[in-house]
Structures are given as structure tokens and as C-alpha cells.
Design a protein around this ligand. Sequence first.
Ligand SMILES: [Zn+2]
Length: 144
Amino acid sequence: MICPDCGFRNAEDANFCQNCGGPLSPTTPQAKETGTSTRLQSNIAGLLCYVLGWVSGLVFVLIERKSQFVRFHAWQSIITFGGLTIISSILEPIPFIGGVTGLLIGLLSLVLWIILMIRAYQDKSYKLPIVGDWAERLARGKLG
Ligand SMILES: [Zn+2]
């Protein structure tokens, strides 16, 4: 481990320079993610979980085996957009109410779709209330 400040050669496991006392950066910085099954950047894969709503979420749940980050977004996509799709299709046949809620759910879906894609791309595990907790448990493979 060579000190970036003074060039002194320290022991490999040293955290501070023995010559000048400055902090040493570790030789192998642990990446926060071990990688994804799809070989995509985890934030790109996270974004793609939302692109086609719950359909793309389902695809990533099935193919992603490594990245907890991606699996979390995949599940959050399924629950969010799957749930909204189910709600609007249940309410749809009801006169007037079906039309109004359909429009509101459509707007809500659009807003969530954009926010979730941006957040995932920025490498943030943006958790929606309630839904995000479910997604987190499902991503870890624990139900309930
Ligand atoms: Zn030094």
C-alpha cells in the first residue's frame, strides 16, 4: 500500500500511513453490488424493471438472481403497477366512478412510473410506502 500523499510503502492492510499518518484507501474497494445476472449496470437494470410496468418487473424477478437492488425494484414494479392495473380493471365497469378512477389511476401510474425510473437510475433504492416494504421482503426471498 503506497501512501498517496508521501509515497511511503506501508503494509498492505494498513489503514493509515506509517510515515505521515494520512489515511490510505483500501486496495480493493468493495463494490456495493456484486453485479447483476444480466451483466447490466444495476441502476440500468433497476430502471428497466419499470419500463414496461409490471411486465418488465416480472421479467427481472425471473432472470435476476444476484442483485438485491434489481430484485427490489422488480418486485416494487410488479406490486405497484400490477396493483394499479387490477384496481382500475375492477372499477372500470362501474359507470362514472370507473371513468374517474381510471383517469386518476392513469395519472398516478404515469407519475410513479417516471419517479421510480429516475430514482432507480440514480442508484437509489427508492421505497414507496407499504409497497416498498413488501418488495424488500420479496426481494430477500421471504414472504410475509
Ligand atoms: Zn504518507
